[in-house]
Design a protein around this ligand. Structure first.
Ligand code: TRP
Ligand code: SF4
Length: 404
């Protein structure tokens, strides 16, 4: 496996939060569904991550896992396009986490912004724990064990991918140097043939002496095109370019998810803790009831009072779900008191129920066939595990831990 392949690999995880709602659908799942056809995707349930904050009552995790996986499948995440698995069923994540913990400075973890933030915000929970401090490093292990190149995450998670890059760099620096590294690199260069060897050496010199980024990228592209060097040699030469050793754990990139913020029924962000959600399996009567009872612009006491959509959470739904003609109709009708709030809500109810109808139907089929859901995860887990084992083998080798 080369760094080039790794750039085509996407990995992302979600904590098992139980049934998903519209915020997840628009924030994360639509993005996964798109990526699964463009990249080699690994999506997993981060059940150990849930333990970092909920170790006191882990009983709910099991049900949350299956509820969430059913919603993934029902919404269109496809097991034939993406590999779906559960973190704790791939214990190799834990071994890599342990090995990485040996060389990760404490300060790197203490500086992760979410660490202090969450300690402030979750005052009701005792999270002054080793596991909680280490959770971004567990996330690094999740990513590095698949040598993933791209990690789709929201803005709050970018710092964790940054940490992962630093950890990978440190690992490669410490353990990527084989004893005969220079010689191995030189003989790998020779295998490219005279012309390419000279070009590689030129570009490497330009990058190392002048920091010329373009030369680095050209040299990397050159390596990607070489047919007659082995995977190991290619990795070696990738590392040699930047002056380090062989790249055992490639550095991933965060792929920022441009999440349209989904408003909840009260205009705040949709979130289970605000009790303002519409779940993906909500039936039509409940969707309709929830939207019909939504607060509107408080100035519209009577239908004859004009309103202002900017002050109304229903308008936020129109911004996401309605076409331009409908939005014009709302703006005009609301401000002139030409339409009532129930009229205004009707198209929102129609769009959401139409979107959820097929999802709910598919979820029902998975609910009534739990073995099918289990087998999707068993299959994905096996595939993930093969890859995790391979990486761990290289990691042990590099650290001199391959004895038996
Ligand atoms: N920490 C992420 C969250 O709370 C979930 C997660 C765990 C993750 N491991 C990951 C996301 C690896 C991306 C890659 O949302
Ligand atoms: Fe809100 Fe629509 Fe009523 Fe205006 S007409 S207050 S936008 S629900």
């Amino acid at each position: 496996m080369s760094s080039i392949d790794s750039q085509r690999r996407v990995l992302s995880g979600m904590r098992p939060t139980g049934r998903l709602h519209l915020g997840h659908l628009y924030g994360v799942i639509h993005n996964w569904i798109k990526l699964q056809h463009e990249y080699e995707c690994y999506f997993f349930v981060a059940d150990w991550h849930a333990l970092t904050t909920h170790y006191e009552n882990p009983q709910f995790i099991e049900e949350s896992i299956w509820d969430m996986v059913i919603d993934w499948l029902a919404a269109g995440v496809s097991p034939s396009a993406a590999t779906l698995f559960v973190q704790s069923r791939v214990p190799e994540h834990a071994e890599l986490h342990l090995l990485l913990s040996m060389m990760t400075p404490l300060g790197w973890l203490e500086r992760v912004p979410s660490y202090k933030d969450m300690q402030e915000n979750l005052k009701d929970r005792e999270i002054d724990t080793y596991g909680f401090l280490g959770y971004p490093l567990l996330q690094s292990a999740d990513i590095l064990i698949y040598r993933a190149g791209l990690v789709p995450v929201g803005a709050d998670q970018v710092a964790h991918v940054e940490l992962t890059r630093e950890v990978a760099r440190r690992f490669n620096h410490l353990y990527g140097k084989e004893p005969d590294y220079e010689d191995a690199a030189k003989s790998a260069i020779a295998k490219m043939g005279k012309k390419f060897a000279r070009l590689y050496e030129d570009l490497r010199r330009k990058y190392q002496e002048q920091g010329d980024q373009e030369s680095l990228e050209r040299a990397q592209a050159l390596l990607g095109e070489q047919q007659n060097i082995s995977v190991g040699d290619r990795e070696r030469l990738f590392g040699y370019l930047e002056g380090g050793g062989k790249i055992i754990l490639p550095e991933p990139q965060a792929k920022l998810t441009q999440a349209a913020k989904m408003p909840g029924l009260d205009g705040r962000k949709m979130s289970k803790s605000y009790d303002n959600i519409i779940t993906l399996r909500e039936d039509n009567d409940d969707v309709s009831k929830k939207i019909r009872t939504m607060q509107t612009d408080p100035a519209r006491v009577r239908k004859t009072d004009p309103g202002n959509p900017e002050l109304c959470p229903v308008w936020q739904f129109h911004e996401i779900f309605s076409d331009q003609a409908t939005r014009d109709w709302v703006q005009q009708g609301c401000r002139s008191a030409g339409i009532g709030c129930l009229d205004c809500k009707k198209p929102v109810i129609d769009v959401i129920t139409a979107e959820l109808d097929p999802i709910r139907e598919r979820a029902r089929q998975y609910e009534s066939n739990p073995d099918l859901v289990r087998s999707v995860i068993v299959e994905g887990t096996e595939k993930a595990r093969d890859m995790a084992r391979d990486t761990l083998q290289d990691v042990r080798q590099a650290m001199g831990l391959n004895y038996r």
